[in-house]
Design a protein around this ligand. Sequence first.
Ligand code: PAF
Length: 282
Amino acid sequence: VKILGLPGEMRAAADKARLEGLRIGLVPTMGFLHEGHLSLVRKARTLSDFLVVSVFVNPVQFGPGEDLDSYPVDAQRDEELCERQGVDIIFSPGRDRMYAENHSVCVDEEELSSGLCGAHRPGHFRGVLTVVAKLFNIVQPHVAVFGQKDAQQVRVVQRMVRDLDMSVEIVVVPTVREPDGVAMSSRNAYLSGEERRRARRVYEALCLAEKLCRDGNRDTALIKGEMTGLLAEGSPPIEIEYVETVDYETLKPVDRVERPTLVAVAARIGRARLIDNIVLGG
Ligand code: PAF
């Protein structure tokens, strides 16, 4: 695997591959790769001849007081894992290489990003879309692969591609879970043993929603109430940021599960902010 740190070098390598008729795949990441990322990389590998994994902890998607400065990093391990998966290029630009000092153009999505994480992390999706648009412009991939764990991110990126006529296919890969159900996340590294055990309850709450729905309960107030009850059990209770049921297309809250419905949770356990989701109905 070749490591490139400059947008210009990355663009030149991708241009060359494109001229050779290769199909270019991109997996955007913030590094500290885990099995969830590797499932994206494997999928992208099957869909492309020239595979780029970007590793960039994007400062503009973090708010004040968030974990930008403590975000876990392990460049050597990332390199080994990418090597093993047959990645062609790791694009890991320095912060000052990605953004000009007087950078002043951003991408804003004004509908899908207003609720869920967008409501709790002002400016987050503007930061995500801006960096994803920049990565798409530098690499100009034929296909880019994202994880369903960040369901709102997926929907917002899909909307950007549609509304700005970007010529990249977005492929979504299901969430990869630990054997006890906890969704893989780089931020799980923040959890102590006891906190890690408590984190299971997030997945249990999603399973409860699925069971209630399977048993014929379509009322989302009831589903959210049961989920919140489960999350609040035990001490110390999990600090819930939100438990939401939204239409999968519009991401607007729904009263009943009648069409595909995203059930999404954001919770704080210790210093980790964890998100997870499932899709019900439809
Ligand atoms: O999902 C992530 O890791 C990030 O939000 C992304 C897509 C790499 C943009 O920085």
